[in-house]
Design a protein around this ligand. Structure first.
Ligand SMILES: [Zn+2]
Length: 314
């Protein structure tokens, strides 16, 4: 059976295409939650996690997973930028626009404006909304939940994912065009989950994100039945403006033996910057502050001024 489609589109010289989605649970109910990934087509972790989650929840609905039941109705869009996903591109392939700069969208506008409008229309009735992202092609991020000028309910529920870090950010007042901003305008409870690096899958991060979403669904009583094992992670809440960006002052090969999620003291070594010809160390990169290594550059070729690491200070 063909899945339902968020938006049907035609193309100049190929067959039409759709943005398919899953609706899982009792069709008489309103959606309890909406989960979206792949707004950026090369952020594969989120797409993979949501497609696996859809399979799992369809299994729960069909009674294939003993002891679990679905109490609510779930909307899942694994890949908004469906053409970008197929061509390994972050942006919409035809006109190279960023769908996450097109909200709230416009039904009579260009394709990406229509996609944005369709995503917003499909998700607006859900009281809880999740948007999944990764770092970019060069940068790996520790799985975490990100809040934007949160309500008390969002702050409280962010803990339910069980991630070690909850990061609070301010809403950009000038660039009011992202999905999270459009959702915030609608009210409800809105979360961004970020994990790993674009362009590839990092299975441990995917597994962590999958478990986090299951925990969240259970705590919201959307998923019911046997209680699952609690995930034991120390939780840390990071207020806005408590993150530090480590920038390189020279070009070269950046190498690091660290893993995202490491706790650093001020002055700890992050990595070395080597000269690509002589092989000599040009710069030692040290942590300017103590804190959690939330993100780390994985693309070794760097230029002056490139971002090397993100450190969150408790
Ligand atoms: Zn993204």
């Amino acid at each position: 059976m063909k899945p339902p489609s968020l938006l049907h589109m035609s193309a100049p010289c190929r067959e039409d295409f759709d943005i398919p989605f899953h609706q899982i649970g009792d069709s008489k109910l309103e959606f309890s939650i909406a989960l979206v990934a792949g707004v950026h087509g090369n952020e594969l972790n989120g797409v993979f996690v949501l497609s696996r989650l859809a399979d799992y929840l369809h299994g729960v609905e069909a009674g294939h997973i003993p002891g679990l039941r679905l109490n609510g109705r779930v909307l899942i869009v694994p890949a908004v930028n469906v053409l970008g996903l197929n061509t390994r591109m972050r942006l919409w392939p035809f006109d190279k626009t960023d769908i996450n700069r097109m909200f709230p969208g416009y039904y009579l506008g260009e394709t990406t404006q229509r996609i944005a409008a369709a995503v917003l229309e499909a998700t607006k009735s859900a009281p809880i909304r999740l948007d999944l992202h990764s770092g970019n092609l060069d940068f790996e991020e520790l799985p975490h939940v990100r809040l934007y000028e949160p309500t008390e309910a969002e702050r409280a529920k962010a803990e339910w994912f069980g991630f070690s870090s909850i990061v609070e950010s301010r809403i950009e007042k000038i660039l009011t065009v992202s999905l999270i901003q459009a959702w915030k305008e609608l009210g409800g409870e809105n979360f961004i989950l970020r994990a790993g690096q674009a362009g590839n899958l990092q299975l441990p991060h995917c597994e962590r994100m999958f478990q986090a979403i299951l925990s969240f669904l259970e705590r919201n009583e959307i998923l019911g039945g046997k209680p699952r094992a609690e995930i034991e992670e120390d939780q840390h809440y990071f207020a806005p403006d408590k993150h530090f960006r480590v920038i390189t002052e020279k070009a070269g090969f950046f190498v690091s033996k660290l893993e995202v999620g490491a706790w650093l003291r001020a002055g700890d070594l992050i990595g070395y910057l080597y000269d690509g010809f002589t092989g000599k160390v040009r710069e030692e990169m040290h942590a300017p502050v103590g804190g959690l290594l939330l993100g780390l550059r994985r693309q070794p070729l760097v230029f002056e001024g490139d971002l090397i690491a993100r450190i969150q200070c408790p």
